[in-house]
Ligand binder design. Structure first.
Ligand code: NAD
Length: 285
């Protein structure tokens, strides 16, 4: 059996088309959605992510503002900019690209962003709202995964879902979303004793580990949906996921590739959150 490929580029293109139409409608009504992006330091991967986010905005008719700070920037300057953007009614989303340099208190920076403009969904209040099933900005990567599962009509109620990884930005919110959708969720991590035992009984297996080709075909239940969140660079410069695509695709029922899987969906959901925030602002105006 060869798995169905869940094409993140195609799904993103469809969703971004819909978002562009919504953004145009809002703009015509006097509220152009606007995302402010803050980048601190010269991390090349972060610079690429920011460039892709800004380009995604432009293509969808969302205004973007980019603020760049040097590696040795004073945290107070960045916090001052966040306060300014919080108070600016023409800005609907604020994103601080992570990781921040070591001398920053990352938590304090994320908490400084207004909950209403926290389009990354990393603010503790948004996380709390999400955990209680209240309206919240959902972190973009796990939200993108949910859209991918929806696109293949994967029944979630009663499904066994296994998430490998328990980070705040992927693993934990992923588990919350799958739980809310009715799946029975197991979260595995670096302390899990018999990982294969868990992965082999998963109808939905989400890998968010940060280790190249870690999940091999023998760890996958035949017919399972395998979602590969990982983005790793191999010594030859090529990108690969946390799943060994070649062996897993022969066992899985459906699988996401890397690149072209979850990655483009993350930016799409960021655009969706920004448009949503602008819609809420327009309603209030
Ligand atoms: P992280 O380093 O914060 O978390 C990794 C998790 O993997 C940890 O919870 C750890 O317990 C678990 N883990 C590590 N070794 C393990 C093992 N041997 N067995 C079981 N679990 C193990 O990483 P993250 O920020 O959650 O990112 C994970 C991956 O997803 C990375 O490759 C990252 O680049 C990628 N990522 C992709 C997107 C995207 O848009 N596609 C977004 C965010 C992160």
């Amino acid at each position: 059996m060869t798995a169905r490929i869940i094409d993140g580029n195609a799904l993103s293109a469809k969703l971004r088309g819909e978002l562009a139409a919504k953004a145009a409608e809002l703009t015509a009504q006097g509220t152009q959605p606007c995302l402010a992006v803050i980048l601190v330091g010269g991390d090349p991967a972060s610079a690429v992510y920011v460039r892709n986010k800004v380009a995604g905005c432009e293509k969808a008719g969302i205004k973007s503002l980019k603020f760049e700070y040097p590696q040795d920037a004073a945290p107070a300057d960045v916090l001052g900019k966040i306060a300014e953007l919080n108070a600016d009614p023409s800005v609907h989303g604020i994103l601080v690209q992570l990781p921040l340099p070591k001398h920053f208190d990352e938590k304090a920076v994320l908490e400084a962003i207004s909950v209403e403009k926290d389009v990354d969904g990393f603010h503790a209040e948004n996380v709390g709202r999400l955990s209680q099933g209240q309206e919240a900005f959902v972190p973009c990567t796990p939200n993108g995964v949910m859209e991918m599962l929806k696109s293949i009509d994967m029944p979630l109620r009663g499904a066994e879902a296994v998430v490998i990884g328990r980070s705040n930005i992927v693993g934990k919110p992923m588990a919350m979303l799958l739980t809310a959708a009715g799946a029975t969720v197991t979260v595995c991590h670096s302390g899990t004793r018999d990982l294969n035992f868990h992965t082999r009984r998963a109808d939905i297996l989400v890998a968010a580990i940060g280790k190249p080709k870690f999940v091999t075909g023998d760890m996958v239940k035949p017919g399972a949906v395998v979602i590969d969140v990982g983005i790793n660079r191999l010594p030859d410069g090529k990108l690969c996921g946390d799943v060994d695509f070649e062996s897993a695709k022969d066992v899985a029922g459906a699988i996401t590739p890397v690149p072209g899987g979850v990655g483009p969906m993350t930016i799409t959901m960021l655009l969706a959150n920004t448009v949503e925030s602008a819609t809420r602002a327009a309603r209030k105006a």
